[in-house]
Design a protein around this ligand. Structure first.
Ligand code: URP
Ligand code: ZN
Ligand code: ZN
Length: 461
C-alpha cells in the first residue's frame, strides 16, 4: 500500500518546509519536492500543516478511582484521541498493594487488547517496591514499560514513602528507566482537608482550597532532591503552578535531569471555574487543582524556555451525572479527573501558536517529539522522517471551531472547554500509514492500535 501526501507544509520540532511524503505500508519512505510516483492513494494537503501525530503520555482509560471508574475505555478514549490528532498515548497501568508488578501490567494489557484505535504504551503506577521486587521491575522494563509513576499524594491509595521513591529511582535510573512523580504533599493535604470538613466546607471549590501550591512545590522539591541523591532522572507529571515550576527551573539551572509536563487545563482554566453555579465546579475537580490565573503566564514561559518539556492531558474523565455527583455533599467524594485527550492539540495550537506564545516547531515538540524522546519512542514516533512510523496529522491552521460536548467523541457528558472558540482543526489522521480520521469520520478499526514497546529514556541530559 502506497500513500502520497502532496503539497503540504511539513512541520516537525526542527523543520518547516513544503514537500510531498511517500508512505509505504506503515512507514515514511520518501520525502521530497513534487514526487511523481504511482501510488494507491493520494492525500491533498495544500494549505495544510503536515505534523507528526500527537503523543499524549498521560491518560487514564478505565481507571478505577474515587469509588468509580474513568468513563473512557481504550476504545472510546483512543478514538477520541485520534479525532484530536493524537496517534499514541501512554496510559497508566496500576500495581495495587499486594499485587506483583507484572500482575498490574497484565491487567492493563487485558483492558487494552483488541480495543485501541491508536498505538499505546504503559507506565506502571507502583504502590509497593521492596528490594526483592527490583528484578521484577527490570522484567517490566524489558517488556517495554520503561517508566513508573509514584505518588506523594492520596495516602492509603497510591502514596508511597520516600524510601520507596529513592529505591525506585535508583533502580530505574541504573537501566535507563524513568520515575514519573505525582508531586504533592498528600499527608499534609489530608490534614488540611480534615480541618475543612470539620468546619463544614464541603463544596467543590474546597478541593482547590485544601491543596495549596506550596504542597505541590514541596513535593516537586522533594522529588528532585531524592532523584539527585539517587543519581537518576525524574519527570514531574501534571505540574500546575509557578511555585512548583520554580523548583524545576532551579534544578535544571543546576544541570539536573529534571523534566516536567503541564496540561491544557492549567493553561486555559483557573480556580474561577470552581465558582460555576450549583455543583458545576465538580467538573473541574482534578489533582492538582486548577490554580489562580496568574500562574498561566509563568507556565507558558516555562514551556517556551524548556523548563517544561511536554504538554499531556491527564485525561481521566468522569461523567457529571452519577460520577461527579458522588460528591454532592462532600468534595472529597468527587472522583478526581477531567476529560481532555481530544482537545489538547487544537487547544495548544490556538493558545500557543495563534496567540503567539510559542513557535510552530515548539508546538510540535511539546505535543509530540519531546514525549517520544523522553519516553523512549524516538524516532519511530514523534517526527516525520524517512523510516519513522507514518503517524501523521493533516491540520488546517485557518479552520475555526467551537469546542462542545455535542461534537466531542470522549465518553463523558461535559467538556471543560465548552463554548471556547479556537482556530485550527484536525482534518486527516494517519496511524502507521492507515487513514483513521477523514471527513470528520473515524475510519479505522478498534484493535488496529498496537502496544508500544518502549526503550530507555532518551532525553538530553
Ligand atoms: O485528578 C487527577 N489527576 N486524576 C487522575 C489521577 C492522577 O493523579 O493523575
Ligand atoms: Zn497524578
Ligand atoms: Zn494522571
Amino acid at each position: 500500500m502506497k500513500t502520497l501526501i502532496r503539497n503540504g507544509r511539513v512541520v516537525t520540532a526542527s523543520d518547516d518546509y513544503h514537500a510531498d511524503i511517500l508512505i509505504e505500508d506503515e512507514v515514511v519512505t520518501v520525502i521530497g519536492a513534487k514526487l511523481e510516483l504511482e501510488v494507491d492513494h493520494v492525500i491533498e494537503a495544500a494549505n495544510r500543516l503536515v505534523i507528526p501525530g500527537g503523543i499524549d503520555p498521560h491518560t487514564h482509560m478505565e481507571l478505577p478511582f474515587g469509588g468509580t471508574q474513568a468513563s473512557d475505555d481504550f476504545r472510546t478514549g483512543t478514538i477520541a484521541a485520534a479525532y484530536g490528532g493524537t496517534t499514541s498515548i501512554i496510559d497508566f497501568a496500576v500495581q495495587y498493594q499486594g499485587q506483583s508488578l507484572l500482575e498490574g501490567l497484565d491487567n492493563w494489557h487485558a483492558k487494552a487488547e483488541g480495543k485501541a484505535a491508536i498505538d499505546y504504551g504503559f507506565h506502571l503506577i507502583t504502590t509497593e517496591l521492596v528490594d526483592r521486587q527490583i528484578e521484577e521491575m527490570y522484567t517490566v522494563m524489558d517488556e517495554g514499560v520503561t517508566s513508573f509513576k509514584l505518588f506523594m499524594a492520596y495516602p492509603g491509595v497510591f502514596l508511597v514513602d520516600d524510601a520507596t521513591i529513592f529505591r525506585a529511582m535508583s533502580a530505574a535510573g541504573k537501566r535507563g528507566g524513568l520515575i514519573c512523580m505525582h508531586a504533592e504533599n498528600g499527608v499534609v493535604i489530608n490534614e488540611i482537608i480534615k480541618r475543612a470538613l470539620q468546619e463544614g466546607r464541603t463544596a467543590p471549590k474546597y478541593h482547590a482550597l485544601t491543596r495549596p501550591t506550596i504542597a505541590e512545590a514541596e513535593g516537586v522539591h522533594r522529588a528532585i532532591a531524592i532523584s539527585e541523591m539517587a543519581e537518576a532522572p525524574v519527570y514531574i507529571v501534571h505540574l500546575s503552578s509557578t511555585d512548583a515550576l520554580n523548583q524545576v527551573r532551579q534544578a535544571r539551572d543546576r544541570g539536573l535531569p529534571a523534566f516536567a509536563e503541564t496540561c491544557p487545563q492549567y493553561l486555559f482554566l483557573s480556580v474561577e471555574n470552581y465558582n460555576e453555579p450549583g455543583f458545576e465546579g465538580a467538573k473541574y475537580v482534578m489533582t492538582p487543582p486548577l490554580r489562580e490565573r496568574s500562574n498561566q503566564d509563568e507556565l507558558w514561559k516555562g514551556l517556551k524556555m524548556d523548563d517544561l518539556q511536554v504538554i499531556s492531558t491527564d485525561h481521566c474523565p468522569f461523567c457529571f451525572k452519577e460520577q461527579k455527583e458522588l460528591g454532592l455533599t462532600d468534595f472529597t467524594k468527587i472522583p478526581n479527573g477531567a476529560p481532555g485527550v481530544e482537545n489538547r492539540i487544537p487547544l495548544i495550537f490556538n493558545g500557543g501558536v495563534i496567540e503567539n506564545r510559542i513557535s510552530l516547531n515548539r508546538f510540535v515538540e511539546l505535543t509530540s517529539t519531546a514525549a517520544a524522546k523522553i519516553f523512549g519512542m524516538f524516532p519511530k514516533k514523534g517526527t516525520i522522517a524517512v523510516g519513522s512510523d507514518a503517524d501523521i496529522v493533516i491540520f488546517d491552521p485557518e479552520a475555526e471551531q467551537t469546542i462542545s460536548v455535542r461534537t466531542s467523541h470522549m465518553n463523558v457528558d461535559y467538556n471543560p472547554y465548552e463554548g471556547k472558540k479556537i482556530r485550527g482543526a484536525v482534518v486527516t489522521v494517519l496511524s502507521r500509514g492507515r487513514v483513521i480520521i477523514e471527513d470528520g469520520r473515524y475510519k479505522g478499526r478498534p484493535g488496529d492500535g498496537q502496544f508500544l514497546k518502549r526503550g530507555a529514556c532518551a532525553a538530553d541530559f
